[in-house]
Write a protein that binds this ligand. Sequence first.
Ligand code: FUL
Length: 424
Amino acid sequence: MIDPSEVRPAPRQVAWQRQELTAFVHFGPNTFTDLEWGTGVDDPAVFDPSALDCSQWVSSLVSAGFRSVILTAKHHDGFCLWPSKFLPHTVAASPYNGDVVAELSAACAAAGLGFGVYLSPADLYQEKAPGGYYGNGSPAVPSVVGGFEYVVDDYNRFYLNQLHELLTSYGPIAEVWLDGANPTGGGQTYAYDAWFDLIRRLAPDATIAIGGPDARWVGNEDGFARETEWSVIPFARGQMLAEQTAVDVAGPELLAKADELRWYPAEVDVSIRPGWFYHATEDAAVKSLPELLDIYRRSVGRNAVLLLNIPPDRRGLFADPDVEALAAFGAAVRSYYDAVVELPGEINVLDLREDIEQGQQVESFAVDALIDGAWSEVARGTTIGHRRLLPLDEAITVADVRVRVLSARTEAAVSLAVHFDPTL
Ligand code: FUL
């Protein structure tokens, strides 16, 4: 029997999880065509931001407490936000004729933010353009990419070349986001092992997320992790045993069937607006502060990383409602969740932590509060992991608090802090 208490994260996974807040930026032809999924044959002439300024994005993200940002360098439509030398369908063919990847990576470096890339495996331009590589039935042949040899077909060679460009020209890459979605359903197999090998060689500290081995999709795009969210995940024959969307991905029955356990924490991707790309019609639908704080508690506060998308508008700037929402969110997190309430005092959120370098051990816990001279239980929960934020049904005034671990895989140190969030 494999012992789940012995599974530990890689150092890159520890660093990734401790960042807590990562921003996502969806930007591209869809911003100008008002689409969510482009066609692959969108005219590059549409990509024409009038006032692009990536440092405006970055200063807004810094004010909101984000630690890194992932850009859609290539979304499913295949248009590239950098002048890739491997295809004509890029910013080089647009009136803008600059390099958004370079602009954003430089702005991130100047502000101390990590920089990551979304490079869509699905690629409608390569599927539809004459001579395109996607699903063209080409044979896998020995191919040299950046001095490394892989046996791959045309599309996988193209994808590796794009990874090589991104990972060697734009400074350190913090995260590579491999989306599993495909608007047309496939017809092309992905040489994941080759992709992962190249990423590890060129960017050993980069988190390979979603389609990759370092972080898994939480299973929804609504902004919440499970109440019970494990980072130790059962696998059999190299595959995760449960679907990523399953209610339970790591419970005892699944653990019993596993032939391997991996540290595979959850990432919660959600947009600040209804869509992933900017649509002027959604300016009034930017999430409110209470909604953003609810997402924060149910993602960061449920042992996951929050990946919050903020889409620039047609100027190439974050729109005013988004900038305002980010500033309010950052201020609220600083004053309600970074700051702790000194006791005695009024509290309405509990904040528990395990040290994930020692794995994830707690299966259930209770918290007691000292009220009017007597201890009584005020909350119960299951997993903790990196961080568990547990709102109380109502605010209470307490002299002290204590945590009782009810069940754990092995002995674990748990810390407890308390907060007051007036928006609850
Ligand atoms: C999905 C994509 O299809 C959406 O367009 C978006 O990029 C989202 C983050 O992932 O799978």
